[in-house]
Ligand binder design. Structure first.
Ligand SMILES: Nc1ncnc2c1ncn2[C@@H]1O[C@H](COP(=O)(O)OP(=O)(O)OP(=O)(O)O)[C@@H](O)[C@H]1O
Ligand SMILES: [Mg+2]
Length: 160
């Protein structure tokens, strides 16, 4: 696993919503964000906040797709939200074709995906959410994710 490059404290839900908005501003078509962290750490909450920041209507719900595995959110570029909690092998993940969705331009947000970076097409921003105390820890696995994390860091440094 790559080294942490950025850590952000998340004492309130509002802080998480702001971080999701700031990360979202650096994300585009074909990017991959993997959300890790224990049950209830805030992975779905974070994905929901990213989706709202990108303009998802309130009438569209964002829920943990633990059973359906993939939820497509009607945004531009389209966002695919996946939850791999129930999958344990690389081939099972590869079969979902999430890397192809990425190639076709989806922004991919994946809960429980940290063991499947290669099957998801590589070069991932890995966002680990911790709950005691609540914080986000970022690491990256390639040049594009590295650039995203650096841009996020610069954006956060500019904020008051
Ligand atoms: N600072 C915070 N940031 C994010 N969520 C918070 C925060 N404080 C409290 N919460 C609450 O923590 C819960 C996180 O639940 P969420 O479903 O997002 O977890 P999850 O990591 O997706 O769990 P699972 O592994 O079951 O999918 C939500 O009920 C949210 O309101
Ligand atoms: Mg979840």
């Amino acid at each position: 696993m790559s080294e942490p490059v950025l850590e952000v404290e998340l004492p309130t839900r509002r802080a998480t919503i702001h971080l999701a908005r700031d990360l979202s501003a650096e994300l585009g078509s074909g990017d991959l964000v993997i959300l890790s962290g224990q049950l209830g750490a805030g992975k779905t909450f974070f994905v929901r906040a990213v989706a709202r920041a990108r303009g998802l209507r309130e009438s569209e719900r964002v829920t943990s797709p633990t059973f359906s595995l993939i939820q497509e959110l009607p945004l531009e570029p389209p966002v695919a939200h996946a939850d791999l909690y129930r999958l344990s092998t690389g081939p099972a993940v590869a079969q979902l074709g999430l890397d192809e969705m990425r190639d076709l331009g989806h922004l991919l947000l994946v809960e429980w995906g940290e063991n499947f970076v290669a099957e998801l097409g590589g070069d991932a921003v890995i966002l680990k959410l911790c709950s005691h105390p609540r914080k986000a820890v970022f690491s990256c696995t390639g040049p594009r994710s590295d650039a995203i994390c650096r841009a996020l860091q610069a954006r956060l440094a500019r904020l008051p």
